[in-house]
Design a protein around this ligand. Sequence first.
Ligand code: FAD
Length: 398
Amino acid sequence: MSKPKIAIAGAGIGGIVAALSLLQRGFDVDVYEQAPELRELGAGLQMSANGTRVLIALGLRDAIEPIACVPEGKEVRLYSTGQTWKLFDLGQASVERYGAPYWMVHRGDVHTILVDALEAAKPGALHLNHKLVDFEQSDVGVTMSFENQPAATADVLIGADGVHSRVRQALFGDLPALFTGVAAWRGLVPMDQLPKHLQRLVGSNWVGPGGHVITYPLRAGKLLNFVAAIERDNWAVESWTERGTREECKADLAGWHEDVQAMVDNIEVPYKWALLGRDPLPQWTVGRVTMLGDACHPTLPMLAQGANMAIEDGMVLARCIEADKDDLPAALKRFERARIERTSQIVRRSNEAAKRFHNPALADPAGAEAYVNREWAPEKVEGNYGWLFEYDALTVSI
Ligand SMILES: Cc1cc2nc3c(=O)[nH]c(=O)nc-3n(C[C@H](O)[C@H](O)[C@H](O)COP(=O)(O)OP(=O)(O)OC[C@H]3O[C@@H](n4cnc5c(N)ncnc54)[C@H](O)[C@@H]3O)c2cc1C
């Protein structure tokens, strides 16, 4: 078989990166997306070197750089006093150390660039308004059925259909999701409405007992992305579009530093989102069907690796299909073997990071200083992040 036909369910970041990586290697790809139109959804994403090196290899550097923010670095700040510690340098330091830049981007901006690149690589590859409802596989292929659309066939099906994946449910049943007791507030703040000292190209991780706040600049520093994760037991809806109010957000952050209050006061629309935890899956593939991205390894956002993992998956999958193009079930198994250990580790370590960010030791400033000095010591920071950023999906053994 010289040119297998590959179907991807889901045109999120993972699905489109997989499609571009496959098209770059000469395979034929169709992407089926449930949404009738693609709108600018979501807010900030942090793309570390492990993700950006793949986007650069796909020829997207020139398109993304103008909409990305290249931060100088990241810092840790204490929720009460605002005391600040360096977390790590980024900018040129990321390129020198990990071989690729660190970009802070608006999800909608990057998604638009990916969709345009897909249309350029194969016009008509993206089929909107195609919600996958079921599929059947045989020894020779997969037949997919969609809501209100004719069925389609392919040699393999990749479920890139996100955290509530239909493909995962059909292969393995429902994956239990447990509310972590942490709810997140998300929003965008126009940078020019903030006090001058907050208008910086720096990412901040504010840590406190029972919660943390992540902020970073987007769109060349015009916007600040704001996420506050607060331990709270009365909000359990997992959604990207559920609105809340500034007052409710402020009540959750009572007692936090005035810089945090200034950000909340200027959030355009606060969205709320319950963090649900899921254990890593032991298997992703059955015959001619596999999954990638949030469909098979949904994660908490504490290490900012959800989108980066999906991007890595897309490139590694394409390399595996290229390596085993005459035996596609073997290619999908190869992909699973190459990826499952790393992604499971990231899911587990993201769960653990919440304990560090929300530790009760952060309650009083003196105890907090000792705790931060210990937990964010340079060798610990390198141990927590180095293995994430240095991974190279283009060359890693498969
Ligand atoms: C609307 C939205 C907003 C987001 N905002 C943020 C954010 O602000 N910050 C952040 O860190 N992460 C955000 N994320 C999550 C982040 O994009 C993902 O964690 C990461 O990029 C992994 O991507 P993915 O491609 O695996 O899944 P996703 O990005 O979730 O993409 C899955 C795609 O599959 C489609 N789909 C689902 N079911 C079906 C079906 N049955 N048939 C066909 N298509 C289907 C969905 O419509 C979606 O386009 C958002 C995700 C979404 C969907």
